[in-house]
Design a protein around this ligand. Structure first.
Ligand SMILES: Cc1cc2nc3c(=O)[nH]c(=O)nc-3n(C[C@H](O)[C@H](O)[C@H](O)COP(=O)(O)OP(=O)(O)OC[C@H]3O[C@@H](n4cnc5c(N)ncnc54)[C@H](O)[C@@H]3O)c2cc1C
Length: 469
């Protein structure tokens, strides 16, 4: 039921020819079910001028705005559970691929284009858009830029930030930033593109991006290798770097718990090993047509066997088997969701600290409470998802009161080793208190000053990233 203020907002949007609808539950929940958002109206702009109109209207009415992409964010940046009811501004109708320039290796996409749509447009031009992760059919490029997503190819191609050449955005004043340049070099003062990337909707609405495309590897080789432990996995990574240099694009870690959860909850997933190894890595190499990545993979596997780093392995023998291998990795978040975590973490450490961290944090958590720990993630980037679950046969509800304690331990130990409590998911609302706790005071002061300068009315995604009040 709309109150008078919402009804007026909706009427004013209609007067301006801007489509809107009532907020259905899909806009108000996040995938992990930890937050329930407020919101009555979803504005559905058709173009950048309409986004500007919406922001000016919200500034006039002092209504908060939540930019909304695919709703797949994992830190509750896209849902506001408390405070005055905001307007949800969904980019879903702005999903055009405006241009593909194969000769330049660039593509312009509107913020509502999904990652998978952009991948397909790049493929049609014979190129690759290397951003890739499990939520890519739903996540939109505006959301990916807003949180600076990572994914499975960061090792070779970088984060979303590294794939963005230019941005078009609407600032909190309603002004349009015409930054859709496609230049690799442009040193003309403060780079607002990099300020907006990773700002999670708190400094403006991204409406379009100029993106970098790369050469599509003509040949791929993919394998699951069972390793002795995380330290052996990291030595194996060095070995691959020596052998394959820049052609190594993915190096993902899976724990035995990942296989156990997949086996229990996702019977459709084909597991690569008859007996799940305690630790394993999924590795992928990609090369041009004249090189043989399978030979490099097989030789490195042999060398690693001889050195006792690996004790088993499966090299994909077909495109289908490669897809099956990746399905194993990509279904882990879904298996975790079905089991139900007490606490999920997205941490990153310097590579030389990763093995020591796992060896130290695992017994520390087990001493704190009975639990199962699923460690997996983008090991090549030093990025672990270190997720904690109730013991077998028990539900998470009985352990909800321990979540903060568990997270504190995981984050404290990570930060003590020079790591971060948010590697690729952002801050949103779920980690705003962590940012306040662990953030460098000078950085926090500068962030607040930037926020106050660009968004003096505080209308952009209030409550996300920086704690208010
Ligand atoms: C199964 C699964 C696997 C995942 N795997 C990975 C992974 O491997 N690596 C990784 O990095 N992430 C991963 N993620 C998280 C991923 O980064 C986010 O889900 C995604 O990038 C967010 O995009 P979205 O369009 O869904 O944004 P939303 O969830 O809608 O929004 C996310 C944030 O961005 C803001 N926002 C959205 N659109 C805009 C815009 N146009 N302008 C300004 N702000 C905006 C929102 O206000 C919010 O703060 C995964 C998520 C899932 C569900």
């Amino acid at each position: 039921m709309l109150n008078d203020a919402d009804a007026e907002l909706s009427r004013r949007l209609i007067e301006r020819g801007i489509a809107n609808r009532d907020a259905t539950p899909a806009y108000l929940q996040e995938l992990r079910g930890n937050y329930k958002g407020l919101g009555h109206t979803v504005a559905l702009p058709a173009d950048t001028a309409q986004v500007s109109d919406i922001i000016r209207l919200c500034a006039e009415k002092r209504v908060g705005v939540i930019p909304y992409g695919g709703g797949t964010g994992l830190v509750a940046g896209q849902v506001a559970p408390e405070g005055p009811v905001p307007l949800i501004l969904s980019l879903e109708k702005m999903s055009a691929i405006r241009a593909v320039r194969a000769e330049e290796g660039t593509l312009d996409a509107e913020a509502g284009a999904t990652i998978a749509d952009i991948q397909r447009a790049a493929e049609a031009a014979g190129l690759l858009f290397p951003l890739s992760y499990g939520a890519q059919e739903s996540a939109r490029i505006g959301g990916a830029l807003a949180v600076n997503s990572g994914g499975i190819n960061v090792l070779r191609y970088g984060m979303t930030r590294d794939l963005c050449l230019g941005l078009e955005a609407v600032l909190p004043s309603g002004e349009i930033l015409h930054g859709l340049k496609r230049l690799r070099k442009d040193n003309t003062g403060y780079d607002l593109r990099h300020l907006l990337i990773g700002s999670e909707g708190t400094l403006g609405v991204i409406t379009a991006a100029a993106l970098r495309l790369v050469a599509r590897p003509a040949r791929l080789a993919t394998a699951f290798l069972a390793v002795e432990d995380p330290a052996a996995a990291l030595t194996l990574l060095s070995l691959f770097r020596d052998q394959a240099a820049e052609s190594i694009s993915s190096f993902e870690l899976l724990s035995g718990q990942s296989y156990a959860f997949l086996g229990a909850t996702c019977p459709e997933v084909r597991l690569p090993f008859e007996t799940a190894p305690e630790w394993s890595v999924l590795v992928e190499l990609g090369t041009g047509p004249s090189l043989d990545p399978e030979a490099v993979l097989a030789e490195t596997f042999e060398a690693a066997l001889e050195r006792g780093l690996v004790h088993d392995g499966r090299i994909a023998q077909s495109g289908q088997q490669r897809a099956d291998f990746w399905q194993v990795r990509e279904m882990i978040p879904e298996a975790n969701r079905r089991i139900g975590a007490i606490a999920s973490h997205d941490i990153a450490l310097p590579l030389s600290e990763v093995a020591g961290y796992i060896a130290e944090a695992t017994p520390a958590l087990r001493a704190l409470l009975p639990c199962r720990i699923n460690v997996f993630g983008h090991l090549g980037d030093g990025n672990l998802h270190f997720n904690v679950f109730p013991p077998s046969g028990e539900g998470r509800d009985a352990y909800r009161h321990r979540t903060a304690e568990v997270t504190r331990l995981v984050h404290d130990m990570c930060v003590a080793r020079g790591g971060t409590f948010s590697a690729e998911h952002g801050i949103g609302r779920a980690k705003a208190a962590d940012l306040q706790r662990y953030g460098d005071p000078a950085k926090l002061a500068a962030m607040r000053a930037i926020k106050a300068a660009l968004d003096p009315l505080g209308i952009m995604n209030p409550g996300a990233v920086l704690l208010t009040g």
